[in-house]
Design a protein around this ligand. Structure first.
Ligand SMILES: *[C@@H]1O[C@H](CO)[C@@H](O)[C@H](O)[C@H]1NC(C)=O
Ligand SMILES: *[C@@H]1O[C@H](CO)[C@@H](O)[C@H](O)[C@H]1NC(C)=O
Length: 182
């Protein structure tokens, strides 16, 4: 009986290891595809960002990784949005112009959030075209937010770094060729 329990236990452990190894090699393949034509840092960024979420060790196919990448992007956007909300609510902005620009950023984040959640729905129904559209739209949020500051206004956004990372986070699922859904 003891022996049997041991056997079952060993089986479960080795199964767990195999799943983990499979997930990691899947993530590597996925990031290789997602980073082609991009700067070299993106591959490492993609792997690190996906692995940061423990759910990544359970992914079994490209569809699940794309879903995970999109969920990570939603979480990231929500964090950047709350940083901006805090600055606005606590009146920590540098000028009235900056306050107005940050309000514009918040509107962009709300839209970006909706685009990303639509993206999740399109993954479920394997609609890769609309998925691309939604994520391309979502990428507008961090870009336009920064452009408001950098354009004619010549201001520096207090969330420049966060917006740059958010843009890359959305690129992780966006750059993956969804026609390769498995
Ligand atoms: C967004 O995600 C990246 C990668 O996980 C992380 O380094 C960054 O701190 C996140 N941004 C915010 C504002 O939390
Ligand atoms: C997906 O995109 C097409 C245009 O390419 C559009 O006609 C269709 O309504 C979209 N589907 C959904 C569910 O929004």
């Amino acid at each position: 009986m003891k022996f049997l329990i041991c056997l079952v236990f060993l089986f479960l452990i080795s199964n767990g290891f195999t799943a983990k190894r499979d997930a990691n090699s899947l993530i590597q393949k996925y990031c290789k595809q997602s980073s082609k034509n991009l700067e070299t840092y993106f591959y490492e960024f993609c792997i690190a960002a996906l692995k940061e979420n423990h759910e990544s060790q359970k992914v079994r196919n490209n569809k699940e990784i794309t879903e995970l990448g999109t969920k990570n992007a939603i979480a990231n956007l929500t964090k950047v949005k709350s940083i901006v909300e805090k600055i606005v609510n606590e009146r920590k902005y540098k000028s009235r112009l900056s306050a107005k620009l940050l309000q514009d950023c918040l509107k962009l984040y709300y839209r970006g959030y909706n685009d990303l959640t639509s993206g999740l729905k399109y993954i479920k129904v394997r609609d890769s075209l609309n998925f691309s559209f939604s994520l391309a739209n979502a990428k507008i949020a961090p870009r336009m937010c920064e452009m408001g500051f950098n354009g004619d206004n010549k201001q520096i956004s207090p969330v420049k770094k966060e917006n740059d990372v958010l843009y890359d986070m959305i690129n992780i699922p966006y750059n993956f060729d969804l026609n390769r859904f498995t």
